[in-house]
Design a protein around this ligand. Sequence first.
Ligand SMILES: Nc1ncnc2c1ncn2[C@@H]1O[C@H](COP(=O)(O)OP(=O)(O)OP(=O)(O)O)[C@@H](O)[C@H]1O
Ligand SMILES: Nc1nc2c(ncn2[C@@H]2O[C@H](COP(=O)(O)O)[C@@H](O)[C@H]2O)c(=O)[nH]1
Length: 184
Amino acid sequence: MNKVFVIIGPPASGKTSIANRLASYGIPEMVSHTTRQPREGEINGESYYFVSKEEFAKMDLIERVNYSGQYYGLSKQEVLKKVKEQPLSIVVVERTGLEQLKKLLGERLESIYIMIDDTTIIDRMLNRGQSNETIQRRLEYAQKNGEFNHWQLTDYVVKNTKTIDSAVRQVMAIMGLSVPAVEQ
Ligand SMILES: Nc1ncnc2c1ncn2[C@@H]1O[C@H](COP(=O)(O)OP(=O)(O)OP(=O)(O)O)[C@@H](O)[C@H]1O
Ligand SMILES: Nc1nc2c(ncn2[C@@H]2O[C@H](COP(=O)(O)O)[C@@H](O)[C@H]2O)c(=O)[nH]1
């Protein structure tokens, strides 16, 4: 049975970094649509499909969410194609996305929460070049929406408080994949 792993967690917990590293090991990620502006280094069609609010409203999506003022959603085509063609794929979403995908995919779906502490989140958002105002808005949204408790909803929890290598190794072990040797 082809499997899908959902990666979920608070802002700047490392979901994208982990997904990118997995992609470099050949594990494909479902690409979703968003109305937010690309961050530095993000590529249309790889990180997201970046679309206008008008385009987003017309899309055939299996789930859609307004997250902190921007829209996000996965197309039916993207989900069905990955599930059909890929023995293992990953997808990064927030809570409602996890719930919708669970309904749609049932036993095919497993979920991993990326855990991080408040101080490290702030450091990483600052390193990502985000303004104090954006950081405050994102943290308030995460707090209000219970994102620091969503580990209760997932099958597994991985702490990303050490190196990204360490987090990726834990995720790969959960997926039952052989973990690449650490480079000396
Ligand atoms: N283990 C780590 N050690 C040091 N820096 C890290 C680690 N994991 C991620 N980062 C850095 O932290 C920042 C946030 O990571 P990332 O963008 O992957 O988080 P995210 O969970 O996808 O965030 P968001 O949901 O807000 O988009 C990035 O600058 C990334 O390079
Ligand atoms: N339900 C969905 N959530 C999504 C989707 N794509 C991303 N996300 C989540 O949104 C927030 C914000 O993401 P960011 O890249 O702007 O920081 C984060 O929690 C993502 O996991 C989606 O298609 N559906």
